[in-house]
Design a protein around this ligand. Structure first.
Ligand code: SF4
Length: 461
């Protein structure tokens, strides 16, 4: 059946935004909107913004400029194009967006996108709309479920939001202001989402939330369940081979979640656990509510539970007041933990956050030097970690065709990309691969039964 309208959704930023973009498309589908990968072809363009990263607002306005040209070209051909701005920048900027960029028809906040069909209909009737109030109704109850076709198109690895918002108020972060207070979805609704995904062929589910391990959604018994308990419930869904969760806060890494890493073979031994700094002085200034020792203790408890567990993290360098000694504490922490990967950033102020008003801003040249030194250390650790797989067998979830004929691309338990020559019929299977070589961001493998490689007992060991 041909659809009447086309929607193009562009995601900026994190995986939560990619997930939100998919749900926007799902919710518009019953209103007759089919997804398109081409903005010039679209009747509705949604820019789903993120303001975690630097210069998010500038990037938004330059993107609106590009889309405005497409809108003018469409109108010259007698075709209407609606431009909507959604997500965290929409939430933070509100009507300022329409004031600065008249081509925008609709601004919709991060908690309101379930209302898109009605809002778009009102825009088509001639209104300009800004909807950024936090709603009383449950966004997730109002969202349409993805169709089987949409699930299939997005692949065998899917995200499911289990928690949104944050009550931690780190002094550099906008999330508590743009996403609001912490909420956790009910267990049975999450389980129904995961069952629907599994029935459509999804094999790996990543549970996402800004502070995912603060999860405390109501269970079927009416009591709040922890993330560990939720994971145990989801591990029973037939067809789900792998479970992951992100992003975690060290303070919320409770005994139950740590034990789940021992109990659940489906729970992958790879934890993204942001620390931001190795200096207690900086952690206090960031209002992280944990110390360096707290972080190292959590890492040690997780490793004691499962020795092949690997970590990635987030780091901010050049936070206001950071000295060379503070930065050296960060390097020492990285040395001590040994990371398989990390996201590293130079601090940049976000309007409205306490840190934006702090004195002691670190000169850019100094912050850049620290970033390079930190990245060099983490890159060395990542290479060592990846090199430890060569000649060993590791389970790979085969996800999709590669760029070369006959090639498939998959993921290890540690989210490393593996390229292997294998038939397409193996997509969706978890199979042992022998890792033969490593590239900059990729491992190369062969099907293990072809090689008889020894199984990987402990990564990096
Ligand atoms: S815990 Fe994470 S989401 Fe919450 S305020 Fe801190 S950095 Fe932001």
């Amino acid at each position: 059946m041909s659809k009447l309208h086309k929607v193009y959704v562009k995601s900026f930023g994190c995986q939560m935004n990619v997930y939100d973009s998919d749900r926007m498309a799902d919710t518009l589908a019953p209103a007759g909107y089919a997804e398109t990968a081409r903005p010039d072809d679209a009747d509705l363009v949604i820019l789903n913004t993120c303001n975690i990263r630097e210069k998010a607002v500038d990037k938004l306005y330059s993107e609106i400029g590009r889309i405005r040209e497409l809108k003018e070209a469409a109108e010259a051909q007698g075709r209407r194009m609606t431009i909507a701005v959604a997500g965290c920048v929409a939430q933070a900027e509100g009507k300022e967006i329409i004031r600065r960029a008249g081509a925008v028809d609709l601004v919709v906040g991060s908690q309101n996108y379930h209302r898109l069909p009605g809002l778009v209909a009102r825009v088509l009737a001639g209104e300009k709309i800004v909807d950024t109030e936090f709603p009383l109704e449950d966004k997730f109850d109002a969202l349409a479920a993805p169709t089987r076709e949409a699930i299939y198109r997005r692949g065998i690895s899917a995200f499911v939001t289990v928690q949104e918002g944050c009550d931690k108020f780190c002094t550099f972060c906008v999330v508590p202001y743009t996403r609001g207070a912490e909420i956790s979805r009910p267990v049975e609704k999450i389980a129904a989402d995961v069952e629907r995904l599994a029935e459509a062929g999804v094999r790996e589910v990543t549970l996402i939330g800004q502070n995912v391990n603060a999860y405390h959604g109501p269970g079927p018994d009416g009591r709040p369940w922890t993330l560990g308990r939720l994971l145990r419930r989801l591990a029973k869904v037939p067809g789900i081979a792998r479970l992951r969760y992100m992003t975690s806060h060290p303070r919320d890494m409770d005994d139950d979640l740590i034990a789940a890493h021992d109990d659940l073979p489906a729970l992958m031994p790879y934890v993204h656990l942001p620390v931001q700094s190795g200096s207690d002085r900086m952690l206090a200034a960031m209002n992280r509510r944990h110390t360096r020792k707290d972080y190292l203790d959590v890492v040690a408890r997780l490793r004691a539970t499962r020795s092949d567990l690997a970590f990635s993290s987030d780091f901010i360098v050049g936070f206001p007041g950071e000295t060379e000694d503070d930065f050296n504490d960060t390097l020492a922490l990285v040395d001590e933990v040994g990371f398989a990967g990390a996201y590293t950033f130079i601090y940049s102020p976000r309007p409205g956050t306490p840190a934006a008003e702090m004195g002691g801003q670190v000169p850019q040249v100094e912050a850049t030097s620290r970033l390079y030194r930190l990245q060099a250390l983490i890159t060395r650790q990542q290479r060592t970690f990846n090199a430890s797989f060569v000649g060993r067998s590791v389970d790979v979830l085969l996800e999709k065709p590669g760029k070369l004929p006959g090639q498939l691309v998959g993921k290890t338990p540690y989210l490393q990309t593996v390229q292997v020559m294998a038939p397409r019929t193996l997509i969706g299977q978890v199979l042992p691969m022998c890792i033969t070589d490593i590239g900059t961001n990729t491992l190369f493998g062969t099907l293990a039964e072809e090689t008889g490689a020894p199984a990987l007992a402990a990564a990096g060991a």
